[in-house]
Each structure stands twice: as C-alpha cells, then as structure tokens.
Design a protein around this ligand. Structure first.
Ligand SMILES: *Cc1c(COP(=O)(O)O)cnc(C)c1O
Length: 473
C-alpha cells in the first residue's frame, strides 16, 4: 500500500470517470436504495479487514464512482453545485494532504496568505478597499474591507448576520436577547437566513418579509412597509437582506434602491450573493449587482459559479472592523495585532479548525485566469437565455420568468404537482438530472446551467424526454 502508487491509480480512474461522464456514456445519476449501496460497496467487510490499497482500493473506487451523481455529465442540470475544475480538485487534495487549518497563521502560513490574497481579490471585484498587507502600527483604516472564507454559504450568512447584530445590538453577545430584534428579508430568501435568525436569538418570527413583485423580486417602494410591520411587532430591524440572486428562480433584487433605503435608516445591508455574486466577473452581467458596493456585507460561494469544489464561501464586509467585532466586542485591532508574522482569521469565524479553502479557489483561478473564469459565468448565463427562448417557443411548454442568471424555471402543459413525479421519472431514466421548485403557488421544473459543456442540444433532448415521460405520470 504505497501512497504514490495508489494516488496514480486513482488519477487514472478519475480521468476515465470524467471522460465517461462528459461523453454521457453513463447515467447522470442512479438512486439505488441505501442498503444496496452499503452492500455493493462492501463497507462492512472493508471496515473489518482494512487493507484498502492496491487492487482492492481501485475496485472500491470504481464501485464508488458508479454510485455518484455525475456533475461532469452535460445533462446535470439539477442543483447549484459547481462542476469542479480539476485544478480546484488538486487544490483540495493538497489541502487534505498537508492539513493546514490556517485560522491561526502558524498552522498554515501559506494557506493563510492565499486566503488573505483571495479575499482581497474578491473585495476588489465588489469595489471595496482591500486590506493592507503590512501592519502599519495604526488601527486599520476604517474604509478598508475585510473577509474570511467559511465552510459554505449557510455558515457565511450566519457569520455576516452575527456581525450585523453585534453592530446594532452589541450587548446581546454577553446578555442574550429578548425577542426585540428583527431582520428584514425577501420571502424568497434562502432558508439559511431564517436559520441564522433563529440561531442568533432573533427568532425565525423575527424575519419580516419584504414586499415583492409577481416574480418575487423585492419592491423598493414598499420597503418602508416592512419596516413599519417590524416596529408594530415591537421589534427593531438590525439588518436587511437582499438576494443576488434568489435560489428558486435566480432573479436579482434591486441593490441600489435597497442600499439607499438602508443608508437612510442606518440599517445593515446584507447581500446574499451565494450564487449570483460571480456575475461580478462578467462585464456583460455585472450590471445586476449595481449598487452592491453600498452594502455592508456580502456572501459569495466559490463552489457554485466559480468551478471550485465544495465548499468555499467568502464572507466580505465593507468595513473590516464589523467582522472583527462579530464574535467579540472591541476586537477591531486584532487582525494585524501579533508579535509573530502574519494574520489570524480565527476571530472572524464560527469555525475553529478551518480548512485551507482558499487553495481550491486559487488553483481554479490559476488554471483559467480571471478573464476565462468570467467568460464561463457569462456563457452559463447566456445559455440559460437561449434555453428560455427555445422552451417558450414550444406550444406545450411555458416559461413564466425571463432568466437573469443561469437558473431557469418552466412548466409542461398544465401539470402542477405532477412535475414532481415527472422529475422522479426523468432521474430514474438516468438521462437527465433536474430539480423542481414551487413558485407563485405552482410547481415548476427547474434547470441550473452549471456544466460548461451543456448546450441547446441537451435542452432539445430534454423536452422530447419530458413529452415521453409525461405520458406516464
Ligand atoms: C446556495 C445558497 C445559499 C446556501 O449556500 P451553501 O453554500 O449551500 O450553504 C444561500 N443563499 C443563496 C441565495 C443560495 O443560492
């Protein structure tokens, strides 16, 4: 059982897997029952006997790969999980091998430096001031931004909203709250916002819904109404959340108008850009994020639209002090305040041991360069528009919302909840993997264009397959 030999064998298997998936030679996914998989993978015997190397390892990995959902398959259209660039996977491999949990600098100086660099790169894309590389001896300038990478967008939303709460109600950290705070958020907000509110002691009931138009996009003219609803309920808003873009249908809230409202009300403005912040890299689509620079915080998933393996999310703030104080009062000067060289990220995170997440994103950036990564985002947004035109030109399909991102919802004939069964049949047939969403009171099929190889050919085939499978539902 040697490392190098096993690793070489694995690379061969993975390369074969990628080619086979890209060529659609295997089903995009196959949902076998749990007990069957545990048996097929021979987990109990392997656990008993050990010795998972050499031929035995190869055989196990082959069986494992046979029961994966194949993101490299061009008919993978289901969820917002990135099709990883192999360079990002190698970054993850290096990080797993070296295991440098870099939240304190001495446990991973290189990983911490990469995280610092990547955060600054992202801050610049937003239009916020990057952090200086050297301690100046003075407190960091208030205008300089800050950030940290977290294990996923849900944790990132929690981190950003903790910073918002600490700023608006600093005493709650020590004393706890008593149900007097609120967060204003779109009804279409990701569920992690309500969870964060509950975890932060604001309560899921403390999330006050913003009024939206028929597409679910926030109406800036109605923002004062949500504020008044919160006040009438005896609550004080500590943050307002906007979607960029929403999870279900991929639409962007009007950030500029919302930012103006927040400024007038001294309200923390948090933008959930888990999926859609990557449009900042596209000259064509960055306009959807106009006004983002007025926000106080932003979350941005690299494992969605930046070809980075899960998970890698940035929490970014316009003023670094707000993040430094998220979990600790009077912590503003911690970041560069060390006798040893370097910076510690640990006071900015929920996590204690934290993977060197920056390496995965950095290696994708290094392989593609930022322009080609931006071109990928733009291409995925473009293909969703082309699919929209194609689907709505069919007499038996409807597309209720013109897409802004790479998420597209549609309906077949007059089906509603039957779409759920239709999706199950499509998945069981193995030729397409797509999702569903309930939107405006009706069930829709939902496509997320993540794979750079997915083209209109797949969509034409999908429509035919839907017509075939729908006869049976
Ligand atoms: C995906 C998503 C999240 C959650 O991010 P995870 O990385 O999956 O935890 C939050 N908000 C929005 C808008 C999302 O699309």
């Amino acid at each position: 059982m040697t490392f190098a030999k096993d690793a070489h064998a694995l690379v061969e298997l993975l390369e074969h897997y990628r080619r086979e998936s890209a060529a659609k030679a295997r089903p995009v996914t196959r949902l076998a029952p749990l007990a069957k998989l545990i048996g097929d993978l021979d987990l109990a015997a392997i656990t008993r006997e050990g010795q998972l190397g050499g031929e035995r390892l190869s055989s196990f990995v082959e069986r494992y790969l046979a029961c994966t959902t194949r993101l490299h398959h061009p008919a993978y259209l289901a969820h917002q999980v990135g099709v990883p660039h192999h360079a990002g996977a190698l970054g993850g491999f290096i990080d797993a091998f070296t295991n440098n949990p870099m939240a304190i600098y001495e446990m991973g100086p290189g990983a911490a430096a990469i995280e610092f660099f990547v955060i600054n790169w992202l801050l610049e894309k937003v239009g916020w001031q990057p952090a200086p590389l050297e301690p100046s001896g003075e407190p960091l300038a208030p205008c300089c931004g800050g950030g940290v990478l977290t294990h996923g967008g849900s944790l990132a939303n929690l981190t950003a909203l903790a910073a918002a709460r600490s700023r608006a109600a600093p005493k709650v950290w020590a004393e706890g709250g008593s149900g007097e705070l609120a967060i204003l958020a779109p009804a279409q907000a990701h569920y992690s916002i309500a969870r964060a509110a509950a975890i932060l002691g604001i309560g899921a009931q403390g999330v006050i819904a913003l009024d939206a138009d028929a597409r679910g996009v926030v109406r800036p003219d109605r923002l004062p109404l949500a504020w008044e609803r919160a006040v009438r309920a005896g609550r004080r808003p500590v943050a307002l959340v906007a979607n960029a873009c929403s999870t279900a249908v991929g639409l962007y809230d009007p950030l500029r108008e919302i930012g103006t409202f927040c400024r007038e009300h001294h309200l923390w403005f948090h933008v959930d850009g888990a999926h859609g912040a990557s449009a900042l890299l596209s000259p064509k689509y960055r306009r959807y994020l106009a006004g983002l620079d007025q926000a106080d915080s932003l979350i941005w998933d690299a494992h969605k639209m930046l070809r980075t393996p899960a998970v890698c999310t940035a929490v970014l703030v316009r003023d670094h002090r707000t993040l430094d104080e998220a979990f600790q009062a009077d912590a503003s000067y911690l970041f560069h305040d060390k006798d040893q060289p370097g910076v510690d990220f640990i006071h900015r995170t929920v996590e204690c041991t934290k993977a060197g997440l920056g390496l995965k994103l950095f290696m994708v950036l290094g392989a593609l360069g930022e322009a080609r990564l931006g071109a990928y985002v733009e291409r995925q947004y473009d293909i969703a528009r082309a699919a929209y035109e194609l689907i709505r030109s069919q007499p038996d399909f409807r597309c209720p919302v013109q897409p802004q991102s790479n998420i597209l919802c549609f309906r077949f004939q007059d089906l509603d909840a039957e779409h759920l069964r239709l999706r199950d049949r499509l998945i069981a047939a193995g030729s397409f993997h797509l999702s569903t969403t309930s939107w405006n009171g009706h069930w829709h099929l939902r496509l997320v264009f993540m794979n750079p190889d997915t083209g209109l050919g797949e969509i034409r085939d999908l429509l035919e397959e839907i017509r075939r499978q729908a006869r049976a539902v």
